[in-house]
Design a protein around this ligand. Structure first.
Ligand SMILES: Nc1nc2c(ncn2[C@@H]2O[C@H](COP(=O)(O)OP(=O)(O)OP(=O)(O)O)[C@@H](O)[C@H]2O)c(=O)[nH]1
Length: 273
């Protein structure tokens, strides 16, 4: 059997680490072996210990101090360093066969929207380490119920889906923060959204008419893509975690039936630049 891995992606503070912890806690309850692989070189201490931790290879603090880089440049440096030292990752992952690995990723979305470092790590995990992977992309519910922010979040999720070329599950986190009945009702419209309706009924009414055509084009893009849906996540509700995990199991089993990616099918960073 091949290894199964889920990448947990999303903007800063979307609830990625909390989601990773909820998965581990659920896995412990059902007796399934799972581990967190921390890919955030600036991670804070976590509820569950990281089994594999990029900070054992390189930490953002050291890079910023030694190379005099800011946090974003430092993060890119850390990932390029990881790419040059993938044998470290191979060695760390080496012993974890037939287990479920959860890759907790940093919140800087440029990493999975337009810089090809994460896609190259994904290719390596698939091609060299025989992983069936899927991506989960978290967005906060209180952010998404503001329709313009819904579109910005949907576009970032779509761009991660296109760049990583992985089976992809969008997740709406922090549902408990939606307390008023008005937004609770509206939330349903965002789980399985009709982009055109959201644009004409909401955004157009709030914006100067000269933006209506632009709104229509963006809504059309999301609509044409036809793949933007969200699963609701209640991090303290085991049923909610179980539902998301069953989707993850389904898509990773599907991934197992696909042709393996060639290990040398790497994106050239300089080409992208
Ligand atoms: N109310 C509520 N708070 C949550 C939930 N999930 C996460 N949080 C809180 O949101 C904050 C950020 O959560 P994290 O899990 O650290 O988010 P993250 O995406 O890993 O953050 P970064 O690693 O900084 O990108 C923390 O204070 C969490 O306690 C949730 O479902 N409900």
């Amino acid at each position: 059997m091949s290894r199964v891995g889920v990448l947990v992606l999303g903007p800063a503070g979307a609830g990625k680490s909390t989601f990773c912890n909820s998965i581990i806690s659920h896995m412990q309850t059902i007796g399934r072996r799972a581990h967190i692989v921390n890919l955030d070189p600036a991670a804070e201490p976590n509820q569950y210990e990281f089994t594999i931790d990029i900070r054992d290879l390189i930490s953002l603090d050291d890079v910023m101090e030694e190379l005099d880089l800011g946090p974003n440049g430092g993060l890119i440096y850390c990932f390029e360093y990881l790419l040059k030292n993938l044998d470290w990752l191979d060695e760390e992952i080496g012993d974890y066969n037939d287990e479920f690995l959860i890759f907790d990723c940093p919140g800087q979305i440029e990493l999975y929207t337009h810089i090809p470092v994460l896609p190259n790590i994904v290719r390596h995990l698939q091609g060299q380490l025989n992983f069936n992977l899927c991506a989960t992309y978290l967005l906060e519910a209180p952010f998404v119920v503001d329709t313009s922010k819904f579109f910005s979040g949907a576009l970032s999720a779509m761009s991660a889906m296109i760049l990583l070329e992985l089976p992809h599950i969008n997740v709406l986190s922090k549902l408990d923060l939606i307390k008023d009945d008005y937004n609770k009702k509206r939330l349903k419209r965002f789980l399985n959204p009709d982009a055109m309706l959201l644009s004409t009924e909401t955004i157009d009414k709030e914006m100067n008419p000269r933006f209506h055509h632009l709104n229509e084009c963006i809504a059309n893009l999301v609509d044409d893509f036809g793949m933007v849906q969200f699963l609701p996540l209640e991090s303290k509700n085991p049923d909610s975690i179980m539902t998301i995990l069953s989707y993850i199991d389904d898509v990773t089993q599907w991934a197992e039936t696909q042709e393996p990616k060639e290990p040398d099918d790497q994106i050239d960073i300089e080409d992208m630049e």
